[in-house]
Design a protein around this ligand. Structure first.
Ligand code: GLU
Length: 584
């Protein structure tokens, strides 16, 4: 049977009528179930790019890079080759999980006082829109590592859908327009950004088709020359020139500081293959990202704390109170101990120990803590790093942002979160090359002493949390989200909702998100502060900080009957796109 693509709307899974289509030209639906490969991204063009590569015989790694490159065109304010990210890959045949850290690094010129002026940190909004905040981009090196080690197709082949989209254009949606509008003043401040994203001097209208021929050419150079075409030569020179001498428009009132990035900083950029963070929760084995992302450790610590409660048996407010307090405590430890492990001694084993979790759990009462709590002392539980003699059950062998999740018919899975930090990055399109630079170095803590202070060559602490969950050695779910530090709580709450509260994945996307990050107030979205659950929690002392939307999850669930369900947001940020193959 010829493989096709079956698109099933949420209505079908819920028992209503759905529409089945074949080919890769489906429409934008947030939920799709089928057999074979699956993809969930925030954008239909990107999901289609991944599906095309799967249909052409590529594997999940090939398809993930194809989707990511397309997102660099159609979601350019959240991600792209001017930024960095973290990829978690499950290789089914070899039954192992690998992770690729391609986080941006600080240039060699960095010192702990780089963001201090006259004894004070440079104001955050000025740090963002500066050459100083741009880290050496990691994305292209990450793609090349992923493809050359674990892919089956060439960089040229997987970049082709993105090159076509960049050259011939895509249709502006409301989210795209909103993001330009939010950034209008600073986009206007840079000649290169204004000419690309403010055509005729205005944010592009919804429904208008726009293209990015400069980015198409940049991708072609990378396709021809590999990562070397980005980290050396003309593109590298243009990146350094933009950082060191930002292309400010005449008459701008913004105080745009220059950075100090050299060609050597770019040429020397390396991705890192790191062992995943491996933890267990109620019989599930969870693989996440190591530092410099704080995602894997923070989620694992919170789950270790939560595991001491019978959360399924509790009332909804009681169970959520434990989730929120576990998150609060884990965030206290995140803030104190997590940073680039090549620069600071992150007590990973202590943070992951059950004894440490028990000590932290003992601090949780039946009410909300009134505000921030201090960190614990994981060093008491720190042991030497060691590796199990036998593989863990899932086959572990030793070892603004967007998230995409891809699987293929052979069972390989990619959970990939990548970013340029703020929506619109540092606001500067590299002239002639069509991509925005990141402002990732604002993720450093600007005031020393702190493990996450800026230092030469260091990677700032991240919250990105691409995650793959197994049970008895078989994949159950892969997921991740954008949203700064709410990435961690979005992934954590989804695991809690699905594992403890027995929600379907579709339900977990529609419930309001509650986000406690060691603060006096708790974030809540989609009007969730007005729900009976929130009222119950308010009775336990929670005070709400309502916000329109938290996170923009994508996920794939591997169902017990052998089918696979791809899921993206049905509502948040205009919804996402899920596509699944059918037939084998
Ligand atoms: N820079 C953030 C991080 O690495 C991601 C940005 C976002 O999702 O808003 O955690």
């Amino acid at each position: 049977m010829k493989r096709g693509v079956v698109l099933l709307g949420a209505a079908l899974l819920l028992g209503g009528m759905g529409q089945a289509q074949t080919g890769s030209a489906g429409s934008k639906v947030p939920l799709a179930t089928g057999t074979g490969g699956a993809v969930a991204t925030v954008d239909l063009d990107a999901s289609r790019a991944a599906m095309r590569i799967l249909e052409a015989g590529g594997n999940a790694v090939d398809a993930a890079v194809a989707a990511a490159a397309t997102l660099g065109v159609t979601e350019p304010f959240s991600c792209g080759i001017g930024g960095g990210g973290f990829m978690v890959i499950y290789l089914a045949k070899e039954n192992r999980v690998v992770t690729i850290d391609h986080r941006e690094t600080a240039p060699a010129s960095f010192t702990p006082t780089v963001f201090i002026e006259n004894g004070q940190p440079i104001p955050f909004d000025q740090r963002v829109t500066s050459g100083l905040s741009a880290g050496v981009p990691g994305t292209v090196r990450g793609w090349q590592e992923a493809l050359s080690r674990y892919g089956t197709l060439s960089l040229r082949r997987v970049l082709t859908p993105a090159i076509v989209t960049a050259r011939y254009g895509f249709v502006v949606d409301q989210n795209f327009r909103n993001q330009v509008q939010e950034n209008e003043a600073r986009f206007r401040a840079f000649t290169s950004t204004a000419s690309l994203y403010l055509p005729n001097g205005q944010p592009p209208a919804v429904g208008r088709r726009i293209n990015n021929p400069d980015l198409a050419r940049t991708y072609e150079t990378i396709a021809r020359q590999g990562a070397a075409g980005f980290y050396t030569g003309e593109i590298a020179q243009a990146i350094a020139a933009t950082v060191n001498n930002p292309p400010v428009a005449e008459g701008t009132t913004l105080n745009v500081r220059r950075g100090n990035m050299t060609l050597a900083d770019l040429a020397n950029y390396e991705a890192r293959l790191r062992p995943p963070v491996v933890s267990t929760y109620r019989g599930y084995t969870i693989y996440g990202m190591q530092p410099p992302s704080s995602g894997g450790l923070t989620i694992a610590e919170a789950l270790n704390i939560m595991e001491g409660y019978d959360l399924s048996a509790m009332s909804e407010p009681e169970a959520y109170q434990k989730y929120l307090e576990a998150s609060r405590l884990a965030f206290a430890d995140r803030g104190a101990y997590m940073a680039d492990p090549e620069y600071t001694d992150v007590p990973r084993n202590g943070l992951l120990s059950r004894e440490f979790a028990a000590e932290r759990r003992a601090l949780i009462g039946s009410q909300a803590a009134p505000g921030s709590v201090p960190p614990g002392d994981p060093f008491k539980f720190q042991t030497d790093p060691s590796y199990p003699l036998r593989p863990a059950p899932a086959g572990f062998e030793g070892n603004d942002t967007t998230h995409l999740t891809v699987s293929d018919r052979d069972g390989n899975i990619v959970a990939y979160t990548f970013t340029i930090e703020s929506i619109g990055g540092n606001g500067m399109v590299v002239p002639g090359h069509g991509f925005l630079l990141n402002n990732e170095l604002t993720d450093f803590d600007p005031v020393a002493p702190h493990p996450n202070v800026p230092e030469a060559g260091k990677r700032p602490r991240s919250s990105m949390s691409p995650t793959i969950v197994f049970r008895e050695g078989k994949p159950v779910m892969a997921l991740g989200s954008p949203g700064g530090s709410t990435i961690i709580t979005t992934v954590l709450q989804t695991l809690f909702d699905v594992i403890d509260r027995k929600r379907t994945l579709a339900e977990a996307f529609t419930v309001p998100r509650f986000s406690q990050r060691n603060a006096a107030t708790t974030g809540v979205d989609l009007g969730g502060e007005n729900t009976p659950l929130a009222q119950g929690l308010a009775g336990l002392g929670y005070r709400w900080a309502p916000t329109p939307e938290i996170g923009r999850l994508t996920a794939i669930q591997f169902n017990p009957d052998g089918t696979v369900t791809a899921a993206a947001e049905p509502r948040r940020a205009g919804g996402g796109s899920a596509l699944v193959q059918s037939g084998r």
